[in-house]
Design a binder for this molecule. Structure first.
Ligand SMILES: NC(=O)c1ccc[n+]([C@@H]2O[C@H](COP(=O)([O-])OP(=O)(O)OC[C@H]3O[C@@H](n4cnc5c(N)ncnc54)[C@H](O)[C@@H]3O)[C@@H](O)[C@H]2O)c1
Length: 338
């Protein structure tokens, strides 16, 4: 992982004849100029609704038309959608060309750009097709955040809060205060600390068979809500990944209190921090509407639904298999907070 825009600019300058930039409308306008080099580039539509195999086919066609070969580096300039999809498409093209991830959203910096998970949604299920393959280069340049809309920053805050919740209470507190203050000046060190927490889990368990699963806290319910919303909303009106995970964190904190000893006072603290997000969501899906997605969750085993749960703020465990009644109660708890 390389930090700072000047290092990225040096890299781009050095490899300019081999780079093809994959961007979307927003990142082409706001982020591409910061590369300070005229490079081959093309755009894909933005939004979770375009994170699919059709877009990958489009990327492969464009790469072919542009004469990409084994020396090409696909530079993915965008948020988590574009980084996940671009890294997957690059990993398949010519059996794998080099990938440079240049995350431009807070969420992509602190989460999506680290750990090698890439892929696309399939038949309405989140990230169902993909691979585990580390990018060849990853650049963290917080300069890009200047143009990121606040509602997109919230998505990143949620994953940063999650990093604190699962393994570092102090990190949770520091992110919490910034988030509650609506403070725009996120300091770079806090971002790097979040990335380090993710990296610790990934390096201990790259294949996602053990401790890495704790990063999924909030995501069993979160992914089901996100998939449901994607299938039932107008284009680009679906609940974002971050908002869905925030709702998932509330439900899974409730389940943590029931099944893993999370103190009631800490459940209250977590819900208070996320209350603003919960109140902003008009329709929280019912258990019945989420069930088809919960059943298809990639982490399940023998039809049982897998969760990672907190035992206190800053500590978590993985591989809990939770029954329908408790999940229903958790969703009722979330509904009542609205
Ligand atoms: N691979 C992983 O480990 C991992 C982890 C967490 C999330 N994800 C994935 O990340 C995705 C969500 O990512 P996201 O929250 O970045 O959403 P996103 O990729 O949809 O980006 C959000 C919006 O912000 C715009 N944008 C991005 N950077 C900008 C900038 N600097 N200035 C102006 N506009 C900018 C984009 O064009 C887009 O419209 C989900 O698909 C999720 O599954 C992956």
């Amino acid at each position: 992982m390389i930090n700072g825009i000047s290092k990225l600019q040096d890299f781009v300058h050095e490899h300019r004849s081999n780079i093809i930039v994959l961007a979307d409308k927003h990142t082409l306008q706001d982020c591409y100029p910061l590369l300070e080099e005229e490079l081959l580039h093309f755009i894909v539509p933005y939004g979770e609704g375009y994170k699919n195999l059709n877009s990958c086919e489009y990327i492969w066609k464009k790469l072919t038309e542009m004469g990409a070969d084994r020396q090409t580096i696909l530079l993915c300039l965008g948020g988590g959608v574009l980084c996940d999809m671009g890294a997957f498409a690059a990993g398949c093209f010519l059996r794998g060309i080099r990938t440079a991830l240049v995350p431009t959203s807070l969420l992509a910096m602190v989460d999506a750009s680290t750990g090698g998970k890439n892929g696309v949604n399939f038949l309405g299920f989140k990230n169902y097709i993909g691979t585990l393959r580390e990018a060849d280069y990853t650049f963290i340049c917080t300069e890009f955040l200047k143009t990121l809309p606040y509602k997109e920053k919230v998505n990143g805050y949620v994953e940063m809060l999650k990093h604190g919740l699962i393994s570092n209470a102090d990190h949770f507190n520091r992110v919490k205060y910034l988030f509650l203050k609506d403070n725009e000046t996120l300091n770079e060190q806090l971002i790097l600390d979040s990335i380090s927490i993710k990296q610790e889990h990934v390096s201990a368990d790259f294949r996602d068979n053990g401790i890495r699963k704790r990063l999924n806290f909030g995501h069993t319910i979160g992914h089901a809500i996100e998939s449901y919303s994607l299938a039932h909303s107008e284009e680009n009106c679906e609940l974002s990944h971050g908002i869905s995970v925030a709702l998932g964190i509330v439900v899974e904190s409730y389940i943590s209190a029931k099944k893993n000893g999370l103190p009631e006072s800490e459940l209250q603290e977590i819900t208070t921090v996320l209350q603003r997000i919960v109140s902003s969501v008009e329709d929280i899906p019912t258990y019945e509407s989420l069930e088809p997605y919960l059943i298809k969750d990639k982490k399940n085993r023998n039809d049982q639904i897998n969760f990672s749960l907190l035992n206190k703020i800053g500590e978590s465990h993985h591989d809990f298999y939770i029954g329908e009644d408790t999940i229903r109660e958790g969703i009722d708890f979330l509904q009542e907070l609205r």
